[in-house]
Design a protein around this ligand. Structure first.
Ligand code: MN
Length: 209
């Protein structure tokens, strides 16, 4: 289990009387044995993908401006964001304008993963620890993404700068030459909807009130 307070930053940034995002608590790990991951597309101040891996009862989260690629030649810049509650993997909707992260969110991809992180001697290390050390590898079994990926820290946050990471596809049998689709045309793995359709549905529901 994660330490108490692991979601403190998540809670501090949000007013749950205004946003429909889950308040969320620390949760027990997925009971079926395989931890989950989710990739959301978030039409916030700047469009980005949110890549989240279940570990230690939370979703370890990274904002990936261009989104994950299936092409091992693509090095996708990623920035760590605060741990999110596990329930966040179900969130698709609109964060109200003016609130933290205001804008539409769709669940672009979801699935389970297998941690394949190891130290230099080849010993397996837990995912959360691998992230702390700055290099994690995992095999995704998702609706859209498949195969091995790594997250590697290329710049620490020491000295005031923002931490920087790269998300890269492994050159394995699930690698491909196709990148990531246009986020505005991409469709939810849950509902088939685009960001625009999710935003329109929320507007329509508001108009009926
Ligand atoms: Mn986001």
């Amino acid at each position: 289990m994660a330490a108490k307070g692991a979601l403190a930053r998540y809670h501090r940034r949000r007013d749950f009387s205004k946003t429909a995002e889950p308040e969320g608590r620390l949760a027990e790990p997925s009971s079926n044995g395989s931890p989950s991951y989710v990739v959301q597309i978030h039409d916030a101040r700047s469009m980005h993908f949110d890549f989240r891996l279940e570990a230690d009862g939370v979703l370890k989260s990274f904002a990936v401006p261009k989104g994950p690629s299936r092409d091992p030649h693509d090095k996708r810049f990623a920035t760590p964001t605060e741990d999110h509650p596990l329930e966040y993997r179900d969130f698709e909707g609109v964060i109200p304008p003016g609130e933290y992260g205001g804008g539409a969110v769709i669940v672009w991809d979801e699935g389970t993963y297998r941690n394949v992180s190891s130290d230099r001697a080849g010993h397996e290390i837990p995912l959360a620890e691998a992230l702390e050390r700055g290099h994690a590898s995992f095999w995704l079994d998702g609706r859209k993404l498949h195969g091995g990926y790594s997250l590697t820290r290329i710049r620490t946050g020491e000295g005031g700068g923002r931490e920087a990471w790269l998300l890269v596809k492994h050159a394995d049998e699930r690698a491909a030459s196709t990148g990531t689709p246009d986020p505005r045309r991409a469709r939810s793995a849950r509902t088939g909807r685009t960001l625009g359709q999710v935003a329109a549905a929320v507007r329509a529901a508001g108009d009926r009130r």
